[in-house]
Design a protein around this ligand. Structure first.
Ligand code: DSN
Length: 432
């Protein structure tokens, strides 16, 4: 029985329409996925009722015995999943996880260095429109024009010139492995703190199909809802905890604090109040799912699918940034096809294919128009689609992109998309 249907039929219909949209369309947004029914249940469950400011065993409210158990379970599983000594599962989002790291180690005005947004970085890595570019002195590194991969000659020379206090590696539209070992070398040369934001590839890292930042990076942040396939949220990890001998908060008196204590304080009370215990419970389930062998196969298939799709596009004369992918992301520069990212996104949406317009490196167009689209395979791989379906989907995209103003073409693709989706259901029943 649906309580929503009974008490709020108007919202019920909205959710119903969204459920149908998710079923009937091909979800190719690289940062989206479909969580398991168990995660949906926890995320919509009674743990939402409980206030629990603080951390397990040190709460500001009574009655926290069971939420403590859930948070400890999430922490223990996350530590095991990534092989880390410290984990904080409270950030409400990836951006908040990043902000907590900045608050822990930097003073406003300090210099940071991250991948330029239009070259695949993220807003919180120093973009001028974000807190990270407004409160801190932000320097951006770029990808190489020929290879589409991070240009480490530039990373090194910028680092030597500007001496950033923190270097950020990772991004949201970077199709290749993040080379944590190379960033480590540069960071050590100048004594910078190294932060990895693995929001995109964290599921791949957990499954061992992407290199791990743990041996190289001082701190690691992620979201939990992309390749990791959990509920929406953020996390912070450290391979090894250590004393704060150099962070922004110099010990005034008494004992020197551990960095883990400072990070915990930056999350709460620094940035957040009550943690979302329903989401933390759902995170615990997701980390439990990701430890299993099936998840390793799933993550490998995400990458295999992306490689098949990239190859299909290359054979159809598409300009694929970096010439392929190592991950779940295929970044397509549509300049040679005479259509903008915005127009392609719109036409594809009409055909039942959801992508996002995306700037490509050295883009001449604005972020509102863009020259490219970003295509990702996590969600369609969750539907159990494989290489045959990837080839079909690449062909659908090509048909739409090369005939975007033709309604007949779009309707024809739409009906084929629907047929494909019907063969690969997401959920067996309705969850609302
Ligand atoms: N919005 C996310 C993405 O699409 O990659 C990043 O925060």
């Amino acid at each position: 029985m649906s309580y929503i249907k009974k008490v709020d039929p108007e919202l019920y219909e909205i959710i119903n329409r969204e459920q149908n949209r998710e079923h009937d369309t091909l979800e190719l947004i690289a940062s989206e996925n479909f969580t398991s029914p168990a995660i949906l249940e926890a995320a919509g469950g009674i743990m939402t009722n409980k206030y629990a400011e603080g951390y397990p065993g040190k709460r500001y409210y009574g009655g926290c015995i069971h939420v403590d158990e859930a948070e400890n379970l999430a922490i223990d599983r996350l530590k095991k999943l990534f092989g880390v000594e410290y984990a904080n599962v409270q950030p409400h989002s990836g951006s908040q996880a990043n902000m907590a790291v900045f608050m822990t180690f930097l003073n406003p005005g300090d210099t940071i260095m991250g991948l330029e947004l239009s070259h695949g970085g993220h807003l919180t890595h120093g973009s001028a429109v974000n807190f990270s570019g407004q409160l801190y002195n932000s320097i951006s590194y770029h990808v190489d024009k020929e290879t589409g991969r991070v240009n480490f000659d530039e990373v090194r020379s910028l680092a030597q010139e500007h001496k950033p206090k923190m270097i950020i590696c990772g991004g949201s539209a970077y199709p290749r492995y993040v080379e944590f070992d190379k960033f480590y070398e540069v960071a050590r040369e100048i004594g910078a703190f190294l932060m990895a934001d693995i929001a995109h590839p964290s599921g791949l890292v957990a499954a061992g199909v992407h290199p791990s930042p743990v041996p190289y990076c001082d701190v690691i942040t992620s979201t939990t809802h992309k390749t990791l396939r959990g509920p929406r949220g953020g996390i912070i990890m450290m391979g090894k905890d250590r004393e704060n001998t150099w962070g922004k908060i110099a010990p005034k008196s008494g004992r020197t604090k551990m960095i883990s204590e400072l990070l915990d304080s930056s999350v709460m009370p620094g940035m957040q109040g009550g943690p979302l215990m329903h989401i933390i419970s759902a995170k615990a389930i997701a980390f439990g799912e990701a430890i299993k062998d099936e998840f390793k196969l799933y993550a490998k298939k995400i990458v295999d699918n992306a490689k098949v799709m990239a190859q299909e596009f290359i054979e159809m004369d598409y300009d694929i940034v970096s010439g392929g992918t190592d991950t779940h992301v295929v970044l397509m520069d549509l300049s040679n096809k005479g259509i903008s990212g915005k127009a392609a996104e719109k036409a594809l949406e009409k055909a039942g294919i959801t992508v996002n317009k995306n700037m490509v490196p050295f883009d001449q167009r604005s972020p509102f128009i863009t020259s490219g689209i970003r295509v990702g395979t996590p969600a369609i791989t969750t539907r159990n689609m494989g290489s045959n379906e990837m080839k079909k989907i690449a062909s659908f995209i090509n048909t739409v992109v090369t005939d975007a103003d033709n309604d007949d073409t779009i309707q024809n693709v739409k009906s084929q998309v629907k047929e494909l989706c019907d063969s690969f259901p997401i959920y067996e029943e309705s969850y609302h």
